[in-house]
Design a protein around this ligand. Sequence first.
Ligand SMILES: Cc1cc2nc3c(=O)[nH]c(=O)nc-3n(C[C@H](O)[C@H](O)[C@H](O)COP(=O)(O)O)c2cc1C
Length: 354
Amino acid sequence: MDLAAFRALEPLCWRAPSAHNTQPWRLRYERWAITVGWDPADMLPAGDPSGRDLRLSLGAFVETCLIVAADAGLRLDWVADHDEHDRRVGRLRPARQPYRTPFRTSEVWDRRTDRGRFTGGPDADVLAAVDAVARRAGGGVRLVPGAGRLGALLRAADRQVYADPAVVAELRRWLRLDPGRPDYRADGLSDRCLGLSRPAAAGLRAALAAYPVLRPLGLARLLAAGDDPLARGGAVLALVAPPDLDAPGEVEFGRVLMRVWLTLHAAGLAAHPLSQLVDVAATRDVLGALLDVAPQRVVHVTRVGRPVAAAPRSARRVGGGGAGRRVAASGGPKCVSDNNAVLVVSRGAVTFGG
Ligand SMILES: Cc1cc2nc3c(=O)[nH]c(=O)nc-3n(C[C@H](O)[C@H](O)[C@H](O)COP(=O)(O)O)c2cc1C
């Protein structure tokens, strides 16, 4: 029964974050469980050749499913069962009790990646809270020291990443620069979410058409809305995993990542990931040295701070995406999506209206 009821919650679960907003997860409803797998069409073989970000994204989705189900009163838990051949990471299955979590569906709905300006970074209490979240899974969250050096590191990482034509081709596939196209409201990275003005989006389109004539750093600057993201404020945090994290461990750490982001969100802070610092071996090595940990243990790096303005909501393939807004409601959060679907969520029930 709880499995069937879960179907109605899917649009909320799809609010989970994923690299390039590819939404790689797929659900298979079976008699006794819902298998969580992935679609290879939504992988990033050039930008994420090891599949680390795929697995972090799948873990973030699993955690989101558990939170949303628990908030609706559904009793589901998670059994990891990683199988590359079957392209699955595990199963959601009926449980005696709802999943225990401090987070609510309203937080899942409201959280968003914010690439804009931040007024300040996390204070000591917030840092301790996110570190505690990761410590419970054998890892930690660390403030990356050496702010002066990070700008140069980021430029070095960008230069290397965008020098690879396969990475640029992949990025082009997931960029959404034309609001007139239907996929603008389905997935990928829109100009609005990247903080690009209309002229900047047109410039990026032209630059992509001219690639590889354009120098890689020029492309990075256009993508970073013209300036250095680190100049937009906040602090840089690293998610450190236990040594020798295997593929199922990365999925588990995606769950940790989601809990870290929701902890930040609950404290009024937002995250802007800077995955290129981890993707490029040389910059990951420097991060490892700065943090005094083995570089392989640094699985995610993100700029964190208090947003100056609300970031746009990113698109989703399920449940309407785009600039959804939350409206006042009694008895639970009520969300309005771009296509004017209304989702009312309260313990035990989700209803959709026009
Ligand atoms: C594992 C992972 C890696 C990510 N890396 C980056 C990144 O390097 N740069 C960036 O701007 N956003 C990054 N993101 C954020 C995604 O682009 C974002 O989650 C997605 O577009 C959906 O938007 P939302 O988080 O606002 O829901 C990453 C997200 C995840 C889960």
